[in-house]
Design a protein around this ligand. Structure first.
Ligand code: ZN
Length: 294
């Protein structure tokens, strides 16, 4: 059923229309004021953008950026200070390592120089047994020691560093030198008239055959020339060519063994003129050390 408009109803409608008109008038006034302001200043009072409303006002923003930068710089400085001792110690450590390396190189060079200037002389049987013994008690060990110490004296006078080693000297293990010579003498038994002369040998399985052959040649030639003894080649035994020290010393150390003579027939030379024996040995060694032709 259709409702008939009441007086109250029509009054409400009038109030509504009046409110709309007031609102429209107010909007027009605002628009007018805005256009007047634009005309006067050329700047519209546009609403702030979303970005601008999201951040702080410009003065506060500058403060904030300044503070952030200050904190970041302080942070970097603190980290730097915290790590500085480490960097310093790393640097000091690197320096220490370099110094140690240099020291080691210097030491190695000094050792190499010393090795290059070093001569080893094994005094046969010394510190182990007497070796051959004569009826009157003269021992090979005693003769060998006399010869070895004299050789050492002469070589030292020539500027070499000389080690006089025992037969089984612990220093023989890995021994490094320009040359090693073991000094022995032959039996004191009266074998026959041929039991006279000297012998020189190197390892049967030489690790430096060229150098050791030259060493043997030098010793043989110079000792023979100095002493007048003959080379007793046919009595070179395995005791000589498989001499124990050959396998103990450093492979780069050339080595040989000499039997200076027979203690019975050659006794006048070995015991009576030890300086000649020593001179013959020394000249043989110097021939080798100086690279001279045998
Ligand atoms: Zn011996």
């Amino acid at each position: 059923m259709k409702r008939t408009p009441t007086r109250k109803h029509t009054k409400d409608q009038r109030v509504q229309r009046s409110n709309i008109r007031r609102a429209q008038a107010s909007g027009k006034r605002r628009a007018r004021a805005q256009s007047q302001k634009v005309a006067a200043t050329g700047v519209a009072d546009v609403p702030p953008s979303r970005e601008e409303t999201a951040v702080l006002p410009s003065a506060a923003r500058r403060w904030f950026i300044g503070l952030t930068l200050a904190v970041a710089i302080a942070g970097v400085a603190i980290v730097a200070l915290q790590h500085a001792p480490h960097w310093l110690s790393s640097s000091a450590q690197a320096q220490a390592t370099a110094d140690a390396g240099l020291l080691e190189a210097t030491r190695a060079a000094a050792v190499a120089t010393a090795d290059a200037n070093r001569v080893g002389i094994v005094s046969g049987h010394r510190g182990h047994d007497s070796g051959a013994v004569c009826d009157d008690g003269l021992t090979e060990a005693a003769l060998n020691f006399t010869h070895a110490t004299r050789v050492a004296e002469v070589l030292r006078a020539e500027g070499y560093i000389v080690d006089v080693l025992d037969e089984f000297d612990p220093r023989l293990r890995g021994y490094r030198a320009r040359v090693l010579l073991s000094i022995h003498a032959d039996s004191c038994a009266r074998i026959n008239d041929l039991a006279t002369g000297f012998k020189v040998a190197r390892a049967v399985h030489s690790r430096a055959p060229e150098a050791e052959d030259r060493l043997v040649a030098c010793l043989t030639a110079r000792y023979k020339a100095r002493t007048g003894l003959r080379f007793h080649a046919n009595t070179v035994t395995r005791d000589m060519t498989e001499y124990h020290a050959f396998g103990e010393i450093a492979p780069e150390t050339p080595a040989a063994i000499i039997e200076t003579g027979f203690m019975y027939l050659d006794r006048p030379l070995l015991e009576g003129r030890p300086e000649v024996v020593a001179q013959g040995i020394t000249e043989g060694l110097l021939c080798f050390l100086r690279g001279e032709a045998p």
